[in-house]
Design a protein around this ligand. Sequence first.
Ligand SMILES: C[S@@+](CC[C@H](N)C(=O)[O-])C[C@H]1O[C@@H](n2cnc3c(N)ncnc32)[C@H](O)[C@@H]1O
Length: 298
Amino acid sequence: MSASSAATAQVGDKPEDLTSADFKALSDLVYKVAGLCLSDKKKALISSRLSKRLRKTHLQSLGEYIRFIQEPEGRDELSEAISSLTTNVTSFFRENHHFEFLKRDVFSQWSSGRGPLKIWSAGCSRGAEPYSIAMTAAEFFKTKMPPVKILATDIDGTVLSQAKAGIYDEEEAKSIPPALKRAFMTRSNGPDDDTWQVAPAIRQLVKFNYLNLMDRWPMQGCFDVIFCRNVVIYFDEPTKQKLWGRFHDKIAPGGHMMIGHSERISGPYKDNFIVSGVTTYQKSDGLPVTPAAEEKAQ
Ligand SMILES: C[S@@+](CC[C@H](N)C(=O)[O-])C[C@H]1O[C@@H](n2cnc3c(N)ncnc32)[C@H](O)[C@@H]1O
């Protein structure tokens, strides 16, 4: 390229450049498919993440790549693109008050006459959240076969595979309380290997499935507790409001919903929930409420 042409180079000249039109097409697509709102400010990061996919597909430019993922034959690649655009930050016992709430207000209310408690971790990322629920239950009920059934779902196939394997590095495993780590994690044996794996009995308590929250939810019945934490922050207000209604309908009478520290239930379904703890809501609808919810509601 000559000095003069370099000086007049336009966005779109390099394969990894995203023109405004490409960015708009991409934003519209991922919003429609996954509910994700892409910020213009993150254009460089988005371009860098998609460029890795571009190299794998052998297409010539990001513009071509974005046109490809809009076509029916680009459907699998669209899933890969969405995976590369999601934020998967997670950790064990993140926002620990929710696990304390489970013990104090949910597990303590369970009686052997009823079936297992059904818990859904929606947007489970690499599995730290559902495994924290499983370990909390095993600790509370003092058995590796506690009366809980945990469903964990995510839109990102890559994180789901990692979650199923249940292998974490030393740094990630640090946030597991030592007693639970001793009881429910096993250290890998290799000389250079400093990873930890969730014990098989705990892994068996969690069923991982692919689920895009924007799609139809195929699960039958309701959940006693739904965790959907640090997921809706990537959605706009109309999408969040629709989701609150859908979650409400999937919570059993008197059941609970846990959300992330920066999230709030808003919109028309707000009144169908009672605040029962920190970023913890209980389905109200005139049905029985736990002592914690009654206190808060007064
Ligand atoms: C920041 S992580 C939160 C993980 C965990 N809930 C926590 O709080 O530690 C957000 C997760 O939501 C998932 N996600 C984003 N959009 C989604 C959608 N439309 N359907 C299902 N999962 C989605 C992402 O793939 C990601 O793993």
